[in-house]
Design a protein around this ligand. Structure first.
Ligand code: FES
Length: 134
């Protein structure tokens, strides 16, 4: 697996996301969003919960889920295109690291074995990433 040669993938980003390690996000998409023409130096808020309708960025949908957005500053000399994770399971946020490739079976198994009640009025089951039909 190759990693994208990007600037701005900091250990701080990983530390910030690891605090959500006990919470399972929803999978917004089983693949990345390729975003172009980001403004150098601009701080972006990466969606960590998977519920945002403006993937891969936060729209505030995480409220009351326990998640918070992850701030990422676009490097001063940005790439033209960034492959930003939308499955929300990357180990190198906010970048896609191909974790999504094997994720469907992992998520299916996790949701099958989840002990939480899944109700249609729930926003997100943070035990397994289940969400009511969108
Ligand atoms: S979309 Fe590729 S690791 Fe999340």
């Amino acid at each position: 697996m190759s990693q994208l040669p990007v600037d701005g993938a900091s250990n701080d980003a990983e530390k910030k996301t690891s605090k959500f390690g006990h919470l399972c996000p929803a999978v917004a998409m089983y693949g990345p969003c390729n975003v172009e023409d980001l403004e150098p130096g601009k701080t972006m808020k990466w969606c960590t919960c998977g519920l945002s309708k403006t993937q891969p960025w936060c729209d505030g949908a995480h409220k009351k889920t326990g998640f918070k957005s992850l701030k990422w500053k676009v490097p001063d000399h940005p790439q033209r295109i960034y492959s930003i994770c939308a499955c929300k399971h990357t180990k190198h946020p906010p970048f896609c690291d191909a974790t999504h490739v094997n994720l469907p079976s992992v998520v299916t198994e996790k949701q099958k074995n989840c002990n939480s009640a899944h109700e249609d009025d729930m926003k997100l089951c943070t035990g397994c990433g289940w969400v009511p039909k969108w």
